[in-house]
Design a protein around this ligand. Structure first.
Ligand code: HEC
Ligand code: HEC
Ligand code: HEC
Ligand code: HEC
Ligand code: HEC
Length: 398
């Protein structure tokens, strides 16, 4: 039975389940038109009042409400009946990586043994690929990756981009020979600054450091730690903040592979007492792994309402999706222009006022600074001026 849970299992499983895989189309403008009119019948405050404000977000003006609000699995298939055997219950996400990459690695808790996971990968084009992964009853049931006690080898360390947005930011990239985390050390004379650790496991690392001073020569080095705690250190390089440095453009958009049909494969291992799921795609994708909800009892079960919504209301996207993930689908280059961190917790001592939106657990989202729909203020920021916006959270500025 052992081989069932390695690569072979996935291939065997693919062959069996292929006919039930669904390829979703994200660009369903026509498919939303009827629903859009419907949204406005009930939510008049959004559709009329807010649109009288001077700064209206383009997709709101076009009444493309569903693009942002409706649970992506529904909006992309267009109709609840097509959602497959899973029914309408929400997936409980356990690991997500919204960086576009051809390879993703996820460490999964051994407590998940025996559970069925949903692994959803989304490409830059219009495609989404969903696969179920059955974890064996015991961790021992999968092939192990051994700890060879060698540190990750760091190669190709370089500063890809230096841009002046809200802050002066540099993008540092490097490769490692095994999946490992990312930290950047940097400074003027010594490497006395340390970026936060990005604990996602990667072979291709990318990290932005911001708040740099202009017209200086900085030193930079990178550190990557693998699953077993072996730490690799790069040599030190330097770069200048005297002039902007333009990265090699958006590699993702130039990738011809995007024209091809999206294909995703998975392999399951165990390492350092956890499951290790490797997801490989033929083009850059984001990937999320979640617990599959129990299958709906009847195929024709009525559309369930999410908590607090009237029956028949289309299921809404979760907070992370609506306040951050969906924004990045239309503004993928925001990263480059805008260097303020998102998805981070406030530092010790920082109190975010109640009227700034955060994710339920307190992390920053795009909506911490921007208003949804429409505003009196340019860029739809949530305070009259940029300065007052910053000072709301950063009491010690200015
Ligand atoms: C038949 C009337 C009706 C239609 C049509 C309708 N909604 Fe709603 N919607 C409601 C009601 C009632 C609620 C729950 C009360 C509330 O929070 O406003 C709600 C709640 C919501 C919420 C959560 C509000 C909150 O405060 O968190 C969102 C977002 C939403 N609807 C968006 C939409 C979108 C997008 C559409 C179109 C696809 C739509 N609705 C269509 C009646 C409707
Ligand atoms: C660009 C994405 C986007 C579009 C398009 C959009 N919304 Fe929203 N909407 C949001 C965000 C973000 C929130 C705040 C959600 C949060 O903080 O959890 C929101 C909040 C809401 C709410 C909750 C009450 C409120 O005003 O905060 C309703 C109702 C709503 N939207 C209805 C609509 C309707 C109707 C349309 C179409 C005219 C629409 N939205 C278009 C992003 C969008
Ligand atoms: C369906 C595509 C789409 C989505 C989703 C989307 N935007 Fe936009 N956004 C646009 C377009 C189009 C413009 C206008 C761009 C321009 O004029 O250059 C825009 C403009 C903006 C602007 C500039 C100010 C303005 O209102 O014109 C901000 C800020 C912005 N978006 C933030 C967000 C945030 C935050 C989210 C997530 C809640 C988001 N956008 C989601 C398409 C989108
Ligand atoms: C810390 C506050 C803050 C956060 C968080 C934030 N923004 Fe902004 N954003 C701003 C400000 C301020 C501007 C006004 C332009 C400027 O000063 O660069 C802006 C401008 C923009 C613009 C217009 C840029 C242009 O040059 O036309 C877009 C689009 C945008 N933001 C999208 C986003 C998205 C998407 C996110 C989440 C990934 C986000 N913002 C998170 C503060 C923020
Ligand atoms: C909603 C609250 C909030 C607002 C508004 C806000 N910030 Fe921040 N800011 C944060 C948080 C949280 C962090 C991350 C905490 C940390 O540095 O560890 C942060 C970090 C920073 C950093 C350090 C960046 C880094 O990479 O280390 C700078 C600089 C900064 N913000 C500038 C600004 C400016 C300028 C504005 C106004 C345009 C602004 N912030 C608005 C919450 C906010």
């Amino acid at each position: 039975m052992k081989f069932f849970y390695g690569k072979f299992f996935i291939i065997a499983w693919l062959a069996l389940v292929m006919p039930t895989l669904v390829f979703f189309d994200r660009c369903g403008a026509a498919q939303y038109s009827v629903q859009a009119a419907d949204c406005c019948k009930c939510h008049t405050e959004v559709c009329e009042d807010k649109l009288r404000k001077p700064y209206v977000h383009a997709p709101v003006l076009e009444k493309r409400c569903a693009v942002c609000h409706v649970d992506p699995t529904v909006s992309r298939v267009g109709a609840a009946e097509k959602r497959g055997k899973r029914g309408l219950a929400a997936i409980k996400w356990v690991a997500r990586d919204f960086d576009m990459a051809k390879e993703h690695w996820f460490q999964l808790d051994p407590d998940l043994a025996g559970k069925t996971l949903v692994c959803r990968s989304e490409g830059l084009g219009n495609s989404m690929y969903e696969l179920e992964v059955q974890l064996p009853q015991e961790l021992r049931g999968v092939n192990a990756i051994e700890n060879y006690k060698t540190p990750p080898e760091i190669t190709n360390l370089q500063v890809k981009e230096v841009v002046k947005g809200m802050l002066l930011t540099a993008t540092v990239v490097w490769d490692t020979d095994k999946p490992s985390d990312s930290t950047v050390l940097y400074g003027l004379d010594r490497l006395d600054n340390r970026s936060p650790v990005d604990s996602r496991l990667k072979l291709k690392h990318e990290m932005r450091i911001s708040g740099l001073a202009a017209g200086k020569i900085y030193k930079v080095a990178s550190v990557s730690k693998d699953l077993f705690g072996n730490i690799g250190n790069s040599a030190e390089i330097s770069f200048s903040t005297a002039a902007p440095l333009n990265g090699a453009g958006n590699d993702l958009l130039q990738d011809k592979a995007i024209q091809e049909t999206l294909l995703v494969e998975q392999e399951l291992f165990r390492a350092a007492g956890k499951f290790l799921l490797k997801v490989t795609a033929n083009q850059p994708v984001t990937t999320q792994v979640g617990l599959a909800p129990k299958a709906a009892k009847k195929a024709d079960a009525p559309v369930m309402s999410s908590a607090g919504l009237p029956a028949g209301h289309l299921p809404l996207a979760d907070t992370y999706t609506i306040t951050t993930a969906v924004c990045l689908t239309c503004h993928p280059v925001t990263k480059g222009i805008l260097s303020h961190p998102i998805n981070v917790y406030p530092k010790n001592g920082m109190v975010i006022p109640d009227d700034y939106r955060t994710l339920p657990d307190g992390r920053l989202s795009c909506m911490s600074c921007h208003e949804p729909h429409a505003s009196e203020y340019e860029y739809r920021i949530s305070r009259p001026t940029k300065k007052s916006l910053c000072l709301g959270c950063h009491k010690n500025f200015g």
